[in-house]
Each structure stands twice: as C-alpha cells, then as structure tokens.
Write a protein that binds this ligand. Sequence first.
Ligand code: SAM
Length: 307
Amino acid sequence: MREHHTPVMLAESMDLLIVDRSGKYFDATLGFAGHSGEILNRLNPDGLLIASEVDKDAFEYCQNKFSGELRLNLYNFNYSLIDVMAKIESIEFFDGILADLGVSSFQLDEPSAGFTFRTDVPFDLRMDKTKKVTAADVVNKFAEEDLAKIFYKYGEEKNSRKIARSIINTRIERKIETTGDLVSIIEKLVPQHYLRKTLSRVFQSLRIYVNDELENLKVFLENSVKVLKKGGRLVVITYHSLEDRIVKDFYKNESIINLSPKEDPLGMIKKEARLKIITKKPITPSEDEVKNNYRSRSAKLRVAERI
Ligand SMILES: C[S@@+](CC[C@H](N)C(=O)[O-])C[C@H]1O[C@@H](n2cnc3c(N)ncnc32)[C@H](O)[C@@H]1O
C-alpha cells in the first residue's frame, strides 16, 4: 500500500509529549498512526496508548496493523469523548494527550474518501460516515444566507455571497451531487489563478460544518484538561487559523487566574489556572520538512502543561 500520511513535526511533538516512558497516553487523531507508532516506539513495555479515530478506513487499517500490540487500545470514537474513553479504560489521568487536527493525506487524496475536489466523486465530506448530513445535503437544502455564512465563517471566503447565490440558482435546475458539480459552479465565478484557493476555502468550510469540527475541538480541549495528570502535556497541531485561535485562546484562558473587570465586575469569581503554556509562540515545521511534505506548511504546534 502506498504511504497514507506523513506525520507532521513528529520529533518535536514527541519530545514535548512524552514525560514518562511508562505512562499512559492518548492520541486523539490516530489517522494512519504516524504519531501513535512513534509513541509506541518510545514507550516502555508497561506504557499504554489509547487512540481515537472517527474515520472507519483509518481505524480498521490501524486495527490490522497493530493487532498484536498489547500496549494499544483503539476506539472508533469522536475525540470529544476522551473522558468517556478514559472511564471505559479505568484511567483517571493521562500523562500526555496529543491531537493532530484536520484530515489525513489519504482522506484528501483518495477519491473514494470523498474529500478531494481534484476528482469528480459524490459530494460527502463526512469523516464519520454514520453522521446523517453530507456536504451535498447542505448545498442542496440550506438557505442562501446560511450557505454564505458557512463559507465566510469557516472558510474566511470573501466571495461567500456570490458563491451561495450561484448555488441557489443552479439547484433550481439540477441537484448538486458531486464535487465536480460544485467545482463547475465556482469555476464560473472566480479567475483561474484564484480557483484553487477558493475551492480549498469552500471545501474546508463545508468540511468543518459537516463534521462540526470547531465545536468538537472545544469540547475535546475542555474534557482533556479534566483527564490530564499534573505535569502532563497537552500537545495540539493545527492547520488553519480558526483551529489555532481556539487552541491559543483556550490555553491562554486556562493559564490566567485574574478575570477582567468585564468578566467579573464584583471580583467574586475564584478561578484557578489549570494550564501553563510551554510554547509561548507556536512551533512550526522546519524548512526541510515543508520541502519534503508540502502539507505541513500551515502546521502550528502548541503545548500546555497541566498544573
Ligand atoms: C491529520 S490526521 C492525523 C494523522 C496522524 N497523526 C498520523 O500521523 O497518521 C487527522 C485525523 O483525525 C481524524 N479526526 C478528525 N476529527 C476527529 C474527531 N473529532 N475524532 C476523532 N478523529 C478525528 C481524521 O479522520 C484524520 O484521520
């Protein structure tokens, strides 16, 4: 099988994550186990790794790959349920938690995964295929303002209204069923040199919406702190500014004890800092890594420690 995914900032993330080689770790985004494989390489025989993955293909691939590995338990769960997985495993606290957000290269490149705009495939964009709403449902059924909002809010797309309008006009005549159907609508609206960027933003926005990615991330961060041991690390790799802002603000908010007068006008709320920020500025991939793996170019790694 060809390479499914090249793990991003592997050494950097591992060095910051693993504080105890006999500890218990959680990989929120198993993917094709680039990071999980390396965690296992570094763990002692008495270490343990729990990993979650919503995509069934990736999950089953890893189940097969690691069938004899006793230090690994896999869940085909959403990572926002980290606290539930900890309970099932009778784990009170993890020594470290890693999340490498977004989608894998396999999901982006493999036509049957339904994520790419480079081939004409049914317009899906669900990572978890048991979820009800597909990207096709959204573009065929949502109102114009709602579509424009999704493109703007989750894709930061300036032509959001124009694109939403054109979708509405097209669907009066025919349903939008494939990625190619949407590409051909957008193609007519933007200049050729701008097309790829626009498509990336529109597809990203629909993917974030269909998978409820930002909400899942917020719940995951909140639940992670509850199951992270004091001194343990929360290591998150993001790929776009919307995710990065959520992680950055969460770390900041959890490391501050003094609330602003606006948040607490009477000075009555007692707040305890739960995190210490380890990476004042996010770590980014080296030039060499970006040269060898172009998809790493937008990655940002942020680390906080439970206190
Ligand atoms: C960038 S890839 C991870 C790659 C992995 N670190 C590796 O090296 O192979 C992100 C993975 O997270 C999965 N994912 C995204 N959102 C998820 C969620 N809410 N819960 C669990 N897995 C999720 C995706 O399906 C994808 O396989």
